[in-house]
Design a protein around this ligand. Sequence first.
Ligand code: GLY
Ligand code: MN
Ligand code: MN
Length: 422
Amino acid sequence: MNMMGTGSIAILPAAPQYHRNRDTEYRYRQDSDFFYLSGFAEPESVICLIPGRPQGEFVLFCRERDREMEIWNGYRAGPEGAVKDFGASDAFPITDIDEIISGLIEGRSRVFVSMGAQPLFDQRMMGWVNGIRAKSRAGLHAPGEFLMLDHLLHDLRLFKSTEEVRIMRRAAAISARAHIRAMQVAKPGMMEYELEAELMHEFLKNGCPAPAYNSIVGSGDNACILHYVENNKAMRDGDLVLIDAGGELDHYASDITRTFPVNGRYSPEQKAVYELVLASQLAAIDSVKPGVSWNKPHEVVVDILTEGLLDLGLLKGSKAECLEKASYRQFFMHRTGHWLGMDVHDVGDYKVDDQWRELEPGMVMTVEPGLYIAPDCKTVEAKWRGIGVRIEDDVLLTKTGHEVLSQAAPKTVADIEALMRG
Ligand code: GLY
Ligand code: MN
Ligand code: MN
């Protein structure tokens, strides 16, 4: 509200509820911006932030208590609970919003909203504003400026508080345990979804109601499909399996990838590719510290992967030439990471004034290089084909360097093979 200044109002709707089929709905998940500001997880709610409003600056519209509905669908805070338990200065039934909100908007010159996120809500808001405009001859003032709330809010979300870091550390620790569990039980002949079940077991048992994104369990060639989520193939002796999965705890994501041999032993080719990806990942993580460019870890990865691919004979020519042509892209086609927070691909700008942003304490990012040698890749010897490796960790920027939140998930060849030997 300090950033918005007086004369402003921010209006945020809760996430919509999505039907799955007939009268069944997808599990509800609150909008990240909405939850960030309020901690309020119920649907059919609207936040108004009104800096300087004498009667109270945080107004929440929400569902009323309703005995019948609560018997069927669960507990509701109601406006009383919104004030008592969620810090709202004022709260009203959502059914009354049309009558009340115009009075909150009227006289404010700037409206902060996330336009485009929920077009139906945008329309309702314009309806409220038009209602005020229509009464201008009666002396009512409609706002003159509409601004994207995202610029202010997403920069706040980019920097994690101590409390947020505590949650993210725990989310990553739970997810690391899930990866360990998958390594411990994996064996040839199991289905990929059996490992997904082991991951889900650890998530749910430890308080993550859901994964932060659809879990990827790709064995053999499937590891080369970046967003493989079918998870329905049998895992064969001699295959690697790539698991990219993280639990969501209290609306905060973790995002971990490990790649390990289904039978517990990396083949020489698998090991060579794996060690190369790991070397690039460790060096990239090492480069993460305040003052360094966001792009630095990616540059480190590209350099090491290019050199390693040349050494293995997977790329041909000189290093300079390969870097110039970005030849690594044939095997590494995504970037080295992203911001991590309430959303797995979290909000926050990567560039400021057209320059890669500098890393600062409180940011959390992933470092996730990979190599994916397509099963039908004609430019490499057959023995390399179908090998897909990604190694991904969650890294917090600290004042002096970094902390790897997901460090409990083993990733050296020796540690993984030892764990799988039991
Ligand atoms: N699991 C999504 C990602 O790694 O970016
Ligand atoms: Mn990621
Ligand atoms: Mn991931």
